[in-house]
Design a protein around this ligand. Structure first.
Ligand code: PLP
Length: 401
């Protein structure tokens, strides 16, 4: 699980020993994201996926502006989920034509900004059609739209389900024909469909099945569309391994399936471009969280290492961001990688809540005050997905190395 080399007992990050990087950053805690790993991950995807499938980065996984700017040079488009993210994507130099905007509850001001920017808006309600018709008229600009469909199936084995059954996302498949008619009447520029079934899936078979079903559903719905389908976004949901026993996704299997779908698309929907949108899979394994041990204590036989940051910076690693059963993220003492002496220790943050637990009785190198704890698999849903204001501690820094 460890993509970062070790030299003389020190984890190497961005080509330097961890302690040197910490000195360079100037403070702990911090997140570090590795450009080389990001580039390699995109390369692996390009090698496995058919060339005709467009690869988008869903930036809610990690919205750090420098990282989004770097990703924008590697992928074909950026998916945003708020006007705030839209600003970062545009600042990053992403081509507005290849930006798409999804999310329930888009405010009128956000829809107006999206039309002005010329990005593709994934419609999620009938109200958005009315508002976009009004805004498009007012600005004298086309409103580019795709329909986000809430499918009539679920993504099996997914950590977080975001489609199927009743959902706040998208428009139920059975209501889509009515929505398409309304889009036509309102004069919006229809460009395609968007389906996103769920997140953090490690089973290639389940992903393939969801993409197949999404594709078939889109093909059925396309018969009612007011214009040819130009973008068919099949979502993603590719997961990464976090815990012992978890296996990385079989990318080859997913790529082979997408190649089949790409061939069928060329015949059935000749104007359509297949798109997949990935967040976690693109950035998750390229990032680490680094915090310093500020105290070491023993309570009734149990050793505690207390850090200068915890769930206020890294909610996911504490198990409070979508995990059903709390498990330890991969965590090491980054400046004692070769230590022969090990102990069982619990690693906690500085917050006055028992939820602030980063490792529960884990086998670690014997560590002391001043040592650096590293949490791997931290490039996605880290800093921006954590309650940084909770308890008033300073925020973490983020660096791209
Ligand atoms: C969250 C989200 C993603 C990214 O999901 P990952 O599991 O990080 O790949 C992609 N698309 C939509 C619509 C999302 O809401």
């Amino acid at each position: 699980m460890n993509q970062f080399p070790v030299v003389d007992g020190q984890l190497q990050v961005g080509g330097m020993p961890l302690t040197q990087l910490a000195a360079r950053v100037g403070q702990t805690p911090f997140y570090a994201y590795d450009r080389q790993l990001l580039r390699a991950r995109v390369g692996d995807l390009r090698a496995a996926l058919p060339a005709s499938v467009k690869l988008h980065y869903a930036m809610k996984a990690n919205p750090m502006p420098a990282l989004v700017g770097f990703m924008a040079t590697l992928v074909d488009g950026i998916d945003v989920a708020s006007a705030g993210e839209l600003k970062v994507a545009l600042d990053a130099g992403a081509d507005p034509h290849e930006i798409s905007f999804a999310g329930p509850g888009k405010r009128n001001t956000e829809l107006r900004q999206a039309v002005a920017a010329g990005v593709l808006i994934n419609l999620e309600s009938f109200r958005e059609v009315d508002e976009l018709a009004r805004v498009s008229d007012e600005l004298g600009l086309p409103a580019r739209v795709a329909v986000r469909v809430n499918p009539d199936f679920e993504l099996k084995g997914s950590g977080m389900k975001m489609g199927g059954g009743p959902k706040q996302f998208g428009v139920d498949a059975e209501q889509v024909p009515q929505l398409l008619a309304k889009i036509g009447e309102a004069g919006l520029q229809f460009e395609g469909f968007h389906l996103f079934a769920g997140s953090q899936n490690l089973k290639a078979e389940a992903i393939c099945q969801a993409q197949q079903k999404s594709w078939e559903l889109a093909l059925r719905l396309a018969t009612d569309a007011p214009a040819p389908v130009r973008f068919l976004n099949l979502g993603g949901g590719f997961g990464i391994p976090y815990f012992p026993g978890e296996q990385g996704l079989n990318l080859r299997a997913v790529g082979d399936k997408l190649a089949q779908l790409a061939e069928r698309t060329a015949r059935a929907l000749p104007d359509a471009q297949l798109v997949i949108e990935l967040g976690r899979y693109l950035v998750g394994e390229a990032g680490i969280y680094v915090a310093r041990i500020v105290d070491r204590k023993v309570s009734r036989g149990q050793t505690y290492l207390v850090l200068d940051g915890g769930l206020n910076h890294h909610l996911s690693a504490s198990g409070n961001f979508g995990q059903v059963i709390r498990k330890n993220y991969p965590l090491v003492i980054g400046n004692r990688m070769d230590a022969a002496e090990k102990e069982s220790a619990s690693v906690v943050g500085p917050l006055c809540t028992p939820l602030d637990l980063l490792a529960d009785r884990m086998e670690l190198a014997v560590a002391d005050v001043g040592d650096l704890v590293v949490i791997f698999q931290s490039g996605a849903y880290g800093a921006s997905a954590s309650p940084q204001g909770f308890l008033g501690h300073p925020p973490p820094l983020e660096v791209l190395v």
